[in-house]
Design a protein around this ligand. Structure first.
Ligand code: ARG
Length: 458
């Protein structure tokens, strides 16, 4: 341990397994660029504060750019004592510009703020990418909803046919959930994008460093409020994992609907070959693996959120190494949510829709509510109308005659108030068009939803 960057007070060596267990370099090296940009901004601020000279700053900056280049070229050699990206970069800087000047970089700084800086920078940039992927996905949904607005299908509750709706209404139903995810993601971004630099290990910076100037240089929109909280807190990651749990939950329900709609029994949609796989045994099989994996990711996202919450629970203020457990879920969740969005986008963009199968799945009993509503318009209290309509459904089922094929006499035998214009009710189009209040399934109401979402997507 005497050989470690922090080894001054140590005489004994570190146990090899302990070194492996403690080290984070195998994954935090992915953030070499953020680490270096953070260091340059910090050194610049130290030079402005007069803590290091202009010449020293320039040497540090030049050296750090060279180290960055080595990472980019893949020539950076990780040494056995390199514990994490922060110590690796500083060690290498010493070799490049000499230990005396390199040794001034860390003046007034702690790895506790450095790690938070790296992660916040990296995560906010990834959130921007996820944001545009989500926007792209929503644009595909909206385009389909608009061009396929005339397809009607059964809407379900309890997995039982309920009322006719537009296929576009189903598309926009899930889009409404994803739109809220987009809004939530943008709120998370605001809290992630704050600079921790100038907070020290926990107590703050003693050299009158200009925290706001550092924040500005690194593209942060502000600075964190409290130095103790800054080194203790991993909420910015927990919030992203929470966001991901909610989002992947929505994706899983969307995927589940499409899996069901894609079965031979439903046949509403057909998944493109490019997003399906076959069976090693049964030549006939075409499986919806893309949608199933999308559905499955939800469990992983929730596990990562719950796992980090448990790691952070009860951690005494300020920093403790438990916080390092935030790295792997952060890296992994960003990785798979980005892939998931790419897959979801591809699935919906290439999906074949079969409106004739959707239409064939409608049946006249789904208009029973419309019959009750016709009675309501003719002065019958709804509870009574519901009952009358229910008797017509029963008659239709018992006689195996579709509701629209029952004679006026049969209807009037159930309730004398029926007149010939009840025939108008037995049209699926009239049913969906009646739902014209905002948010409903009429053509104008669905187009309204499309328009509103488009305005947000830009
Ligand atoms: N790898 C560490 C982490 O992710 C960096 C911070 C180390 N700080 C410390 N005081 N040992 O948490």
């Amino acid at each position: 341990a005497a050989g470690m960057l922090w080894g001054g007070r140590f005489t004994g060596g570190i146990d090899p397994l302990m070194h492996k267990y403690n080290a984070s370099i195998r994954y935090d090296k992915a953030l070499y660029k953020e680490d270096i940009l953070g260091s340059i901004a910090f050194a610049r601020a130290n030079s402005k504060a007069g803590i290091i000279s202009q010449d020293e700053f320039q040497a540090i900056e030049r050296g750090l750019f060279q180290v960055m280049e080595e990472w980019k070229q893949g020539t950076f050699a990780i040494m056995p004592n390199d514990e994490d990206i922060h110590t690796a970069n500083e060690r290498r800087l010493g070799e490049v510009i000499g230990k005396d000047t390199a040794g001034k970089l860390h003046t007034g700084r702690s790895r506790n703020e450095q790690v938070v800086c790296d992660m916040r920078m990296w995560l906010r940039d990834r959130i921007k990418e996820v944001d545009s992927q989500l926007v792209a996905f929503l644009k595909v949904i909206v385009a389909r909803a608009e061009s396929e607005i005339d397809y009607l299908m059964p809407g379900y509750t309890h997995s039982q046919r309920a009322q006719p709706v537009r296929w576009a209404h189903w598309l926009m139903a899930h889009a409404a959930a994803f739109k809220q995810d987009l809004e939530r993601l943008r709120q998370v971004f605001e809290r992630v994008n704050l600079s921790p630099l100038g907070c020290g290990a926990l107590a703050g910076n003693p050299f009158q460093i200009d925290r706001n100037a550092i924040a500005e240089e690194l593209g942060f929109s502000g600075i964190t409020a409290n130095s103790m909280n800054t080194s203790a807190d991993r909420d910015f990651i927990i919030e992203f994992l929470t966001w991901n749990s909610i989002f992947t939950n929505h994706i899983s329900r969307w995927a589940e609907d499409l899996i069901i709609y894609g079965t031979s029994e439903f046949g509403f949609v057909r998944l493109a070959d490019s997003y399906s796989t076959g069976s090693s045994l049964m030549p006939n099989k075409k499986n919806s693996d893309s949608l199933e994996i999308l559905r499955g990711k939800s469990g992983r996202a929730f596990g990562q959120m719950a796992g980090l919450m448990m790691s952070m629970k009860g951690l005494p203020y300020c920093y403790a190494k438990d916080s390092q457990e935030s790295w792997e879920p952060m890296l992994d969740s960003v990785d798979f949510v980005s892939d998931s969005l790419g897959i979801a986008n591809g699935v919906i963009a290439t999906l074949t829709v079969r409106p004739e199968r959707m239409r064939a799945a409608l049946d006249m009993t789904m208009l029973a509510t419309d019959v009750a509503e016709w009675l309501v318009r003719n002065g019958v209290p709804f509870r009574e109308a519901h009952h009358i309509s229910g008797r017509i459904v029963a008659l239709s089922e018992n006689t195996e005659v579709s509701m629209d094929q029952l004679t006026l006499e049969q209807l009037q035998a159930i309730d004398s108030r029926f007149t010939a214009d009840i025939a108008e009710v037995f049209k699926y189009e009239s049913s969906v068009e009646a739902k014209s209040a905002p948010g409903g399934t009429s053509r104008s109401a669905v187009l309204g939803q499309i328009q509103e979402l488009r305005a947000i997507l830009g």
